[in-house]
Write a protein that binds this ligand. Structure first.
Ligand code: MLT
Length: 314
């Protein structure tokens, strides 16, 4: 039997996939593989493991004549045209849960960074200054944190926040009960945004959430509040966010995700009240190890045992 040709793109730890070599022809590429380079391999690929940089759209999938299976080593599959995959009989999976703790911790890190102004203080120190007065911050303790989307990551954030003794509010039409006595469901996004000191977004990108954080919703936020987004860029209207921050209508923001990635020529980089990170939510050694292990296991199960794990449908 010929071995399946498996390509891992978007830069993952090679050693995790070594064991696949006895059953597959394997190429593990670094984060810098260009999409053009990847396209030259496409006609031969049977199985593909990706993170968020590779975007299997129609054009991409039409060239992948042999492709049978895509694994998104991570949570969100919005970079994959799943409907077209379904039409072509290409299966799609993700690695649910494997990087969730890192994403939740990153949201917490962004909150703390904005509250305590550490990123700006660091820039100032590196410029040789000692500007203590400019960087008086705020505490997280006892604040009201509003979590938009109370799925796995939202709930983990709620758990990790516990030591800060917060009041947690959440909005999620699919979650009724919570195991956390300090978390209370609110009835609308408007209520969440108007009551929270910090709003953290943890919902997937789908039709119902695309662009939902717009001027109207942002205008409900308290003057001293902070918005954190470690979910997906397109949930927030970036023009509206820019205006809100520029006019100082909220205190600040911490953003890890953007409507178009990599972020290029964005007005957001001109602002001095937003901290930006390049989609690092799942980028820890621990998370990458877990997603890699899970993806390696799933691809083996698929090609060796015809067992499809963690399928994500369109
Ligand atoms: C995910 O969807 O898993 C996260 O955005 C993290 C990542 O892809 O790196």
């Amino acid at each position: 039997m010929t071995k399946p040709f498996i390509v891992v793109s978007d830069g993952m730890d090679k050693s995790i996939f070594e064991e696949l070599k006895s059953n597959a022809d394997l190429e593990v590429h670094g984060p810098k593989i260009s999409q053009d380079e990847l396209k030259t391999l496409l006609p031969k690929i049977d199985g593909l493991i990706i993170r968020s940089a590779t975007k299997p759209n129609k054009e991409f999938l039409d060239q992948a004549k042999n492709l049978k299976y895509i694994i998104r080593a991570g949570e969100g599959t919005d970079n994959i045209d799943k409907a077209y995959c379904q039409e072509k009989g290409i299966k799609v999976s993700n690695t649910p849960g494997a990087n969730n703790n890192s994403a939740a911790e990153h949201a917490l890190a962004l909150m703390m960074t904005v509250l305590r102004k550490t990123a700006w203080a660091n820039t100032s120190m590196q410029a040789g200054k000692w500007d203590k007065a400019a960087f008086t911050g705020n505490e997280l303790w006892n604040k009201t944190v509003g979590i938009m989307g109370f799925g796995r990551i939202g709930q983990l954030l709620c758990k990790r926040l516990q030591g800060f003794e917060p009041n947690v509010l959440f909005f999620d039409p699919f979650v009724e009960k919570t195991e956390f006595d300090y978390a209370k469901k609110v009835d609308s996004l408007e209520e969440l945004f108007s009551k929270a000191d910090i709003v953290s977004i943890h919902t997937p990108l789908m039709d119902a959430t695309r662009g939902v954080v717009n001027k109207d919703l942002l205008s409900k936020m308290k003057a001293n509040s902070i918005l954190v987004n470690c979910a997906r860029g397109n949930i927030v209207n970036e023009d509206d966010l820019f205006e809100t921050l520029k006019e100082g209508k909220i205190k600040g923001a911490g953003f890890d995700v953007f409507a178009s990635e990599p972020l290029e020529n964005s007005k957001l980089t001109e602002l001095n009240n937003i901290v930006l990170t390049p989609h690092l939510g799942g980028s820890t050694d621990e998370a990458q190890f877990r997603v890699g292990e899970m993806a390696a296991h799933q691809i083996k199960e698929f090609f060796l045992n015809q067992n499809l794990l963690n399928e994500v449908k369109a």
